[in-house]
Design a protein around this ligand. Structure first.
Ligand code: SF4
Length: 370
């Protein structure tokens, strides 16, 4: 497993390593190791995405870790959701979790990270993957960033090693672990499908259970799986149990891990289908991205003024282009540019409905430049 960080450039600028601290034990130790290993040769920035639904004690833990590390832990949020609340994200998306993942992870963590990366240098990235999670390292490198440094995996540290390191350093673990939860993420995490987990939430945080049950009922989302059947939380028998909590490895982070490999496999096989409301909600999520992408393209439009020559476009471009009603009234040079952008989005593997939406917005914007 490669473990070298990006090295100093010819320009002499100090490379930056971004460590994403999740208020969990593993990422705290990952930050410590990174500072010890690279602190003299790199700028190490430790970053956290706060989430309102996490236990309050997470912030106490963050302050303790900050002192231990001797560096400030910076807050990174998605400006679209200044409340940092998963409940707000679900309400906005009208969707909570399913085979497409959880929109809260994407909105509050993944997109927050991407937003930060657009304005900040980040040559390498460190996450709290422990040695039990080495398979996630390769997934992340393949799907997100190749420059991940797996400091914990390279050091052979497990999750329980990380607990011990913190305890030896005199740091009290986040209260949430003592309350029997498997990680320090949100209370009532919608990535969990286990009856054991949800009945634990019902017992320890009954108010959260009720809130999740009501909101998921409203959006038609069956969050729990009992005896192979997806069901609403308010349908879950109070004595239902599944796998033990300690065997659950669903994690939420900027890497959008599946709830577990098993759950993911089950999800792809089960009879669970998206309701029209869920599809609509997913479209809303994409719409946000599309709006952002469109805004960026429009901004760049005036700078780049791409000169696109007449060419033969792939059939897919023509198919999308034919869906853009106002394209026909554009001058020829804008029509070529519109096809160029459609082709680019296609190559970037954006979903077709999103390309159509973006292309329509671009066509409207282009009318103003005509
Ligand atoms: S921990 Fe669960 S509920 Fe919280 S943001 Fe992550 S996926 Fe969503």
């Amino acid at each position: 497993m490669t473990n070298t960080a990006y090295e100093a450039t010819n320009s002499g600028e100090t490379p930056v390593i971004a460590v994403w601290f999740s208020c969990g034990a593993a990422s705290a130790v990952a930050a410590k190791l990174t500072l010890e290993k690279y602190g003299k040769t790199h700028t190490v920035r430790v970053l956290n995405n706060p989430v309102a639904e996490e236990d309050d004690d997470n912030q106490r833990f963050l302050k303790d870790v900050e002192q231990w590390l001797g560096v400030k832990i910076e807050t990174v949020i998605n400006p679209m959701f200044p409340s940092c609340s998963t409940v707000d994200v679900w309400e906005h998306q009208r969707y909570m979790s399913g085979i497409a993942g959880a929109p809260c992870t994407k909105a509050l963590k993944k997109l927050a990270r991407k937003y930060w990366e657009q304005g900040n240098r980040s040559d390498s990235i460190v996450l709290g993957f422990t040695s039990e999670e080495s398979h996630r390292v390769e997934n992340f490198r393949k799907n997100e960033r190749h420059d991940l440094i797996p400091v914990l995996v390279d050091a052979g540290l497990t999750k329980s090693d990380c607990f011990n390191i913190l305890l030896n350093a005199g740091i009290t673990l986040p209260r949430i672990y003592h309350l029997g939860y498997p990680n320090a993420n949100c209370i009532g995490c919608v990535k969990a499908t286990s009856p054991t987990y949800w009945n634990h939430v019902r017992k320890v945080h009954p108010d959260v259970f009720t809130q999740r049950a009501e909101q998921s009922r409203k959006f038609g989302v069956r969050l729990v799986r009992h005896k192979g059947v997806r069901m609403f939380l308010d349908e879950l028998p109070e004595d239902a149990v599944g796998r033990p909590m300690k065997n659950m490895d669903f994690e939420c982070g900027i890497f959008c891990a599946p709830s577990s490999e098993k759950d993911e496999a089950e999800a792809s096989n089960d009879q669970f289908t998206l309701s029209s409301g869920e599809v609509h909600a997913m479209d809303n999520g994409l719409e946000t991205l599309v709006r952002y992408a469109t805004k960026r393209i429009v901004e760049l439009e005036s700078l780049l003024l791409v000169d696109v020559h007449e060419t033969v476009w792939p059939a897919e471009v023509g198919m999308v282009y034919s869906q853009v009603e106002s394209a026909g009234v554009l001058p020829a040079h804008h029509q070529r540019r519109l096809k160029h952008h459609i082709n680019r989005m296609w190559l970037e593997k954006m979903p077709v409905p999103s390309i159509i939406t973006a292309a329509r917005s671009l066509a409207i914007a282009m009318e103003k430049y005509a």
